[in-house]
Ligand binder design. Sequence first.
Ligand code: URA
Length: 434
Amino acid sequence: MHAVDIIRKKRQGAELSRAEIESMVLGFTRGDVPDYQMSAWLMAIVWRGMSQQETIDLTMTMAHSGDVLDLSSISPLVADKHSTGGVGDKTTLVVAPWVASMGLPVGKMSGRGLGFSGGTLDKLESIPGFNVNLTREQFMDQLRRLDIVLAGQSADLAPADGRMYALRDVTATVESLPLIASSVMSKKIAAGANAIVLDVKTGSGAFMQTEEEAVALAETMVRIGAGVGRRMTAVISDMEQPLGQAVGNSLEVTEAIATLRGFGPPDLAEHCLVIAAEMLLLGGRCSTLEAARAALRRAMHRGKAVSKFREWVVAQGGDEEVVDRPQSMPRARLRVDLPAPCSGYIGALNAMDVGLAAVALGAGRQKKGETIDHSVGLVLKKKVGERVEASEPLLTLHANDEGRLAEAQEMLLGAYRWSDVPVIPAPLIRRVIR
Ligand code: URA
């Protein structure tokens, strides 16, 4: 089977067989199919799409490109959550330790930043020493001991997704329902959790910009997971504007720690509570969402969530000082406010533009394998619906390079829409698919 024939077949819009999909994906993972052929194939999928059967075959091939963990010896139910990607989305950093602190094990495989959206692995690596490269044995052992573990794709776990993800990031091949569904679900299936909450984003900073597309993606992923015996819930949530205030790796870790202590921005805190409560419900720890929310609040106020975060950081080699003094993480040299160009209400704040400005500052990658700057990004001071007077600071940029700072300032000014009348922001949670 030649890669060029399989690329041509998909380019012409025909349906691929399981054997053809395996030949491309496993050939690429072994290094037999080069980057340029995989890129061309991915672009053909972006344009032509995939049938349900092709999407399932792609997911299963990627999931089985490494080990598929069986966690049943650790606990009958292990929880996981996954976001389809957004701007300022640091939910995992809060929710994983919070849920684990309630005795429900959380075993998770995450990805790096993708295009304009941030990635949990990059955020965690802002903590000096934090190791996301775990073997199968390390993953299982830490989950057994601590009830929490998070790893990236490795030679052992979903290696195909790791390699395809890095290529998609820099070839404009992210925005595709079958590619996102197979990437997310292959990681979930390989990592072995069986109570999975998907956070499917919709809006200007999501890969699925309309609610209709987000629902279609959610339904596909729920169907794939249920088909292999996983308990699944999908929450469709807002990504019209960034979640919380911080965008950029170490800045987001700082905000996540504040949220774990009960001092997070209200939208992020509520979003984390919704996702964590769904996980407890799916994991059988509570019988109603109300009970789950009350139990989660108690755990946070007793300091259990932040202590679990500390245990997690230490177990994965991270510097514990970050938990007490987040300012010990790398900090940018320049800190500059962006003044409002006029008085009025913020009518909209385009999350994708904000994400692209963070990438321009160096918080994300523009080329495959590029090193990122963990210290840069921005912190919003005002969000959609708020009244601002001319010259009042809209946000603070954190930068290390004057040229990049100027570029990001320009991009950010274009991200705002102004209104003379009060504006109500879009609801945080659009719907839940069980
Ligand atoms: N998150 C993933 O894990 N994969 C994608 O393709 C997009 C978001």
